[in-house]
Design a protein around this ligand. Structure first.
Ligand code: SF4
Length: 384
């Protein structure tokens, strides 16, 4: 540390082919006030009032500056956790990020409250949108996977962000508890002023190992997905201005060809801007400064790209499970499924391929007019 600034050395990251970080996702705290049925954070989570396993503000700012300086700015940054608003300094961190050359800034929150975030001291322009996690259009559907009485609090929190002028997207995790009402998300969240519905299918990971009955099987997912796409094409125009991100998860061989699917590792690694994603945990005894490329493999033994040590050095992880090393061996596979041993989700006779959960069809609704009920995205694209 020099003059209150921390210094970092990413030469090992560069030596292993990651020459530019385009997306930086800091897990600013490991504290969380929920324990969702499918949470993939395993034993990383700490209690809501924990202030030990947090990313110190100065460390965060110096790291953000280091990455921006090395890469000529950032394409995207998302505050993550745990629950980021449980970081005592989240308002300052957000204002610091707003002054950096970052094209898109986001925060993902569980919506259980604003906690340490002071909306009077942060401009809505500080974030392109706040992503609030919610799993239902009713308390009954939501509370079963998140927490008793959480629906009411999440809806109230969305109202506070809306009132302050923030754009809202919702992260909606689809399980066997809410799949029956999937199409209802469109009118419900449109009426709430939400601009993006970002769907996830809960995967057998983390807490879901204890709740396997919430996981939707391949055929049920494909059927629900098709019904939602059909609904959006037919009636989407009634709910204009909404973007719906729908993960494929399972594809037929012809869909793989049609969509030019490539594993997310390939897209990130070979993107035209060279913009690689870097997820960074706090460098505490639990977070250990671990760095991942995708949240898919968080918590899986030795799947990290490496870690940042207490001197600020990035140390490469040479284990075969390192997501990029695994990818170099299995270029056509969904590497995270291999690392997590989830390839059994499809049977050889199904004619299906398991693809990255981040590969999504993006549909945008435009006002209903004759012959123009909905416009599909030009191409399905990869998003997180
Ligand atoms: S999924 Fe998010 S909100 Fe739920 S327990 Fe995990 S970190 Fe907390």
């Amino acid at each position: 540390m020099h003059n209150g600034r921390f210094s970092f050395d990413f030469s090992e990251l560069r030596a292993n082919g990651i020459t530019r970080v385009g997306e930086f996702n800091p897990y600013v705290t490991l504290a969380c006030d929920l324990r969702c049925s499918y949470c993939y954070m395993f034993d990383f989570l700490t209690k809501a009032n924990d202030v030990v396993h947090v990313m110190p503000t100065g460390w965060f700012v110096s790291l953000m500056d280091h990455i921006c300086e090395e890469g000529g700015g950032l394409d995207r940054m998302t505050f993550l956790g745990g629950e980021p608003t449980l970081h005592p300094d989240i308002t300052t961190m957000m204002n610091e990020a707003a002054q950096r050359p970052i094209k898109e800034r986001r925060m993902t929150t569980n919506g259980m409250g604003l906690h340490h975030l002071n909306l009077d001291k942060v401009s809505p322009e500080a974030l392109d949108h706040v992503s609030v996690s919610i799993d239902g259009t009713t308390a009954e559907a939501n509370d079963v996977t998140r927490a008793k009485n959480s629906f009411k609090r999440i809806v109230e929190t969305i109202g506070l962000y809306r009132q302050a002028g923030f754009k809202i997207s919702v992260n909606y995790t689809v399980t066997n508890r809410n799949i029956a009402n999937l199409n209802e998300t469109v009118p419900y969240f449109h009426a709430m002023g939400v601009s993006i519905i970002n769907l996830h299918r809960a995967s057998l990971d983390g807490n879901a190992y204890r709740n396997p009955d919430i996981i939707i099987d391949a055929m049920a997912w494909i059927s629900a997905r098709a019904k939602l796409v059909e609904f959006l094409k037919k009636d989407g125009g009634l709910y204009p201005g909404l973007t719906v991100r729908i993960p494929y998860i399972f594809m037929t061989d012809s869909e793989v060809l049609e969509t030019k699917y490539a594993p997310i590792q390939e897209r990130n690694y070979h993107s035209p801007d060279g913009g690689h994603r870097l997820i960074v945990f706090p460098a505490t005894s639990i977070g250990r400064g671990l760095c991942y490329m995708s949240s898919d493999v968080i918590g899986h033994p030795n799947a990290e790209l490496g870690r940042i040590d207490d001197q600020g050095r990035f140390l490469w992880n040479w284990h075969d499970n390192n997501e990029l090393i695994a990818f170099s061996r299995h270029k056509l596979a969904n590497v995270s499924s291999l690392i997590k041993n989830q390839t059994q989700e499809v049977n050889p006779g199904d004619g299906l391929v398991r693809v990255s959960h981040s590969f999504k069809l993006i549909m945008r609704t435009v006002p209903a007019m004759p012959g123009n009920p909905i416009r599909e995205a030009d191409m399905p694209s990869v998003s997180a």
